[in-house]
Design a protein around this ligand. Structure first.
Ligand SMILES: [Zn+2]
Length: 640
């Protein structure tokens, strides 16, 4: 069973706010059980996530910048500013990719100052600022000579969606200690939005949610409560069928069918639905609206339990990039857009902060380590947009200089005509330290296992920890106290739901710990060590009985990683379609995956093979197609 039962949060639990330090991460609720530790309090210094952050700094950010320069998406701003000529290039909402890149650059500069990157960042901000109209509006495909009127296509124009990404980029700049040009652009824009769509303005919404969480966060970052009120208005206005529908896109597609507070599950376009959920949770936090937060939490829980893939991916319909019905989760038709997985992390992180329930951190881990990290190629120069769990045919790689028209490309592509995912990956990697740890009045909680340091100020005094781990390749997490208050504080480590047999050692004493949070509370001294050991042996996972599409099949997981079978790990001529798994034989651990017993099914299209029974290696799903074109499956039929 992969469905993770998420514990019902206690009703009306808003203890005294734990927020005391200035926020320096992407999300900073004012209420909630846990205070997020920001980029100035958590540093990733190596290991799995350190390598990914280096890849982002060394390759992904430059890759995004050079593609958008090359294909004219940045030049669109110059055209509006009057310093370049020609028509707008790209679809209507390519501004948002420039803003997500600016957000990634800001987080990266906050993580690790770099003069060359700062210069590139400032030059890009200047080009955006030059395109801002005098009343604060900024968009490169509406409202200027030869273009459609502002806000004349709210269903499909994505103007407010783009504005939201600009505000989030400004939040990243503010939270990393700079109140300079981009936050100034963002303030003028947010004031324009208040004038245009506020209580005395036009009662309308954008076809793609995003502005809601952006305005709420910009309100938190600037202290300007009007922006929160505008976010609230956008959340409350949705669900009244005001957006025009088409033959293929009904109100549900836009989440405009039912008000947020009356819905039971996420539906329609997955990224839209999840961004709206994050925005609604932000509004609920800002206004103290527990009822709204609880309905969104219930919707998300049902969605994860019934509408998410083993990888944490979401959205099984290619048409409209939509959620399917409950348990409609075909592996070979998984759309599971990278952006939907990132959006799910955003929602789960907000719910973790609100409730303190470690199951949300489990879901964040599952999603990040599988559904998100499958996207970038090892060199950071190609990406998956859709993330299938079953590839039936080998396809040709995309050329590294070729724009991909298709989100469903079965090999990673360097760039897409709609290229939301690469820049979303970039900003997520740059801000990853912001999802690692939290604090409350009792102490510190470590939710994700990274090699690095945590330093924070608790009420009792400063607490600093060094964390050493090769997770997820290895299950040992060593926490060394570098500095601690002279009174008792708690250090809690998450024990994932799959980690049967986990132990926690405090000095020479080691105890078994159940899933949830394993906490030690005492007076710590510099040099004290806690060692969490998570068993990473491979295990079989069976689908929910109502998941018809993979009935009779089994998946293999190793710790937090979903494994996959590729044809390149099978004998010549044998494909992933030709094998059945002997689930009576337990999977054996290998250094990065597992080895399983397979029977090769004699099939009319299969050339004669020497052996009918073989053992084959499964590797992490995130690594599939890194060795060239392959066929792949996560769910493997069981031997009958
Ligand atoms: Zn995307």
């Amino acid at each position: 069973m992969f469905n993770i039962p998420i514990r019902q949060a206690p009703v009306n639990q808003f203890p005294a706010t734990a927020v005391s330090a200035p926020a320096s991460g992407p999300v900073a609720p004012v209420r909630g059980t846990l205070r997020p530790l920001g980029l100035d309090e958590v540093r990733i210094t190596g290991g799995h996530w350190g390598a990914l952050q280096r890849l982002n700094a060394d390759a992904i950010i430059d890759h995004c910048l050079s593609w958008m320069e090359r294909i004219g998406w940045i030049r669109n701003f110059d055209r509006i500013a009057g310093t370049a000529s020609g028509a707008h290039e790209g679809i209507e909402f390519v501004d948002s990719e420039v803003y997500k890149l600016l957000e990634a650059m800001a987080w990266e500069l906050g993580r690790q100052p770099d003069d060359a990157l700062e210069a590139r960042y400032s030059a890009l901000v200047a080009r955006v600022a030059a395109a801002q109209d005098v009343d604060g509006y900024v968009h490169t495909s509406f409202g200027h000579e030869g273009q459609r009127e502002r806000y004349s296509d709210l269903e499909w124009g994505h103007e407010l969606y783009c504005h939201g990404h600009l505000l989030q980029a400004a939040v990243a700049r503010l939270r990393t200690g700079h109140d300079d040009e981009l936050p100034a652009v963002a303030r003028r824009l947010a004031d324009h939005l208040w004038e245009t769509f506020g209580p005395d303005g036009r009662s309308a919404i954008c076809g793609h949610a995003e502005i809601e969480m952006a305005l709420a966060e910009f309100a938190r970052a600037t202290g300007e409560t009007r922006y929160l009120e505008l976010a609230r208005l956008f959340v409350e206005r949705r669900g009244h069928r005001t957006l025009a529908t088409t033959l293929f896109q009904g109100s549900e597609y836009f989440q405009d069918d039912v008000p947020v507070r009356e819905a039971e599950v996420l539906r329609g376009h997955a990224v839209r639905a999840l961004y709206l959920s994050a925005g609604a949770l932000d509004v609920a936090d800002g206004t103290g609206d527990d009822v709204l937060a609880e309905v969104v939490e219930a919707q998300y829980r049902r969605t994860i339990e019934r509408r998410s893939y083993l990888t944490g991916g979401l959205g099984s319909h290619h048409q409209n990039e939509e959620f399917g019905e409950d348990y409609e989760l075909p592996a070979d038709r998984a759309y599971a857009e990278t952006c939907a997985a990132i959006a799910s992390v955003m929602v789960a992180w907000r719910l973790l902060l609100r409730t303190g329930d470690p199951r949300y951190a489990d879901q964040i881990e599952r999603t990040l380590l599988n559904a998100v990290l499958v996207s970038p190629r090892h060199d950071g120069k190609a990406f998956y947009y859709a993330n299938t769990l079953h590839q039936r045919v080998r396809t040709h790689p995309n050329a590294d200089d070729e724009l991909s028209e298709r989100a469903e490309a079965s090999m990673r592509a360097p760039w897409f005509e709609v290229s939301c995912c690469p820049t979303n990956v970039a900003r997520t990697l740059a801000s990853a330290a912001g999802y690692v740890a939290t604090a409350d009045a009792q102490g510190v909680q470590l939710h994700q296992f990274v090699e690095g340091e945590v330093r924070t100020q608790l009420d009792a005094g400063a607490l600093a920890l060094r964390i050493e781990t090769a997770y997820p390749r290895d299950g040992v997490v060593r926490v060394t106290v570098l500095e601690a208050p002279d009174t008792a504080v708690g250090i809690a480590l998450r024990v994932p739901a799959w980690a049967d047999g986990a132990t926690l050692a405090d000095g020479p004493e080691s105890v078994s710990v159940a899933s949830g949070m394993a906490a030690v509370r005492r007076v710590f001294s510099a040099g004290d060590k806690l060692v969490l050991t998570l068993p990473l042996g491979p295990r079989y996972t069976w689908p929910h009985p109502r998941m018809d599409a993979v009935r009779g099949q089994v998946a293999v997981e190793r710790g937090p990683l979903v494994l996959a079978l590729e044809d390149v790990d099978l004998p010549d001529g044998v494909d992933v379609e030709h094998v059945e798994l002997d689930a009576d034989a337990p999977p054996r651990a290998t250094d990065d995956g597992a080895e399983v017993a397979l029977r090769i099914r004699v099939d009319s299209d299969l050339p004669k093979v020497a052996e009918e029974r073989i053992r084959a290696r499964l590797r992490p799903y995130t690594d599939w197609a890194h060795r060239g074109p392959s066929t792949m499956r996560v769910w493997i039929p069981m031997e009958r």
